[in-house]
Design a protein around this ligand. Structure first.
Ligand SMILES: [Zn+2]
Length: 203
């Protein structure tokens, strides 16, 4: 098919092209009333995510945002953390963040971003790594800048929980151990049956 067709297979829709009618966009990051499993390193990840967008982000914005971190809840974008997104925000399992834009006359007047800090799996608390938090913060800030979800899996605006699943070093360690154990059992079983057959043949 023509090149134009291939180029259009991905789309990068926007909620609004120019959501903010002023600059800089003020950002309040609530690192005071934080949940028990909050890590102070998460704050840095949000700063990195802000820099990511200020430096062009995924290239899908029509403008270059300028941010100003302020110590007032009256900020344009308000970011806070909660312990359990499922319980406190009623979102589907494994959703790590939530962004609510308030739109008046075709502009954002305020955006509330809520970020989770981890989740329970088999009764065990799995915290988000800094890498995961950075990806989550970039994604949610993308919404706060007017971007909607993309169908491009390589794009930060793709709705995914991959970054969450990848965050789990403890689980993946157990995962590979389990795989190793299965291979070991298989190898022993093969060895035993081969010796059994060889033993019978010898007799
Ligand atoms: Zn999203």
């Amino acid at each position: 098919m023509p090149v134009a067709q291939a180029a259009s297979e991905f789309n990068y829709p926007r909620i609004l092209d120019h959501p903010w009618d002023h600059s800089p966009i003020t950002v309040y990051i609530d690192n005071k009333s934080v949940p028990p499993h909050y890590s102070p390193t998460y704050y840095t990840q949000v700063q990195k995510a802000l820099n990511y967008w200020a430096e062009g982000g995924n290239g899908k914005l029509e403008y270059t945002p300028v941010f100003k971190i302020v110590d007032s809840e009256k900020a344009d974008i308000r970011i806070r953390w909660v312990e359990d997104m499922q319980k406190e925000q009623g979102v589907p399992p494994r959703v790590a963040g939530n962004t609510i834009p308030y739109i008046v006359n075709g502009r954002f007047i305020r955006v509330d971003i809520t970020l989770g800090v981890g989740f329970f799996q088999w009764g065990e608390w799995i915290p988000y790594s800094d890498t995961a938090m950075l990806a989550i913060a970039k994604h949610e800030l993308g919404h706060a800048l007017g971007l909607d979800h993309s169908n491009d899996k390589q794009d930060i605006m793709y709705p995914t929980n991959e970054q969450i699943n990848n965050t789990n070093p403890i689980l993946s360690k157990y995962g590979s151990l389990l795989l190793f154990a299965i291979y070991a059992i298989l190898a022993i079983a093969v060895f035993l049956s081969v010796s059994y057959i060889l033993g019978r043949v010898a007799k």
